[in-house]
Design a protein around this ligand. Sequence first.
Ligand code: CU
Length: 152
Amino acid sequence: MNRRTTTLSASVALAAALAMTGCSSSSEDGKPELQVSGAFMPQPVLDMAGGFLTIKNDSGTADKLTSVTSAISDDVTIHETKNQKMQQVKSFDIPANGELKLTRGGNHIMFMELKKKPKQGEKVSIELHFEKSDPIKVDLPVEAAGHNPQQH
Ligand code: CU
């Protein structure tokens, strides 16, 4: 009787250990793991600017880019481009094991009423906010007004 109880609790412990080590492509607290690359802002011509970058999600958990903040503007929104017209959206999907690409002529970050006009070679700090992940701070290098890495 006593022996049987011991065997049972041992197998329960083993099952728990397996559950903990199995399928943990997310970080320890269960949040998606996001990586930002290729970020830039074309040098603004008027008092507005676009922001472009790629967010890679190496986890099995989908996330959403919900907002962007920056000291350079109090009016930062996220836009999609449809039929060459841009419109504000509430969020962008960042698929599990996929990526969100913000590119010229496509989805982008929109900075309106810039408090100052950054010049090529400067950097603009922004913070990306997500539905699940912790915010990520990114420095956007300011590139030439016509810069478009997609065309190379
Ligand atoms: Cu826009």
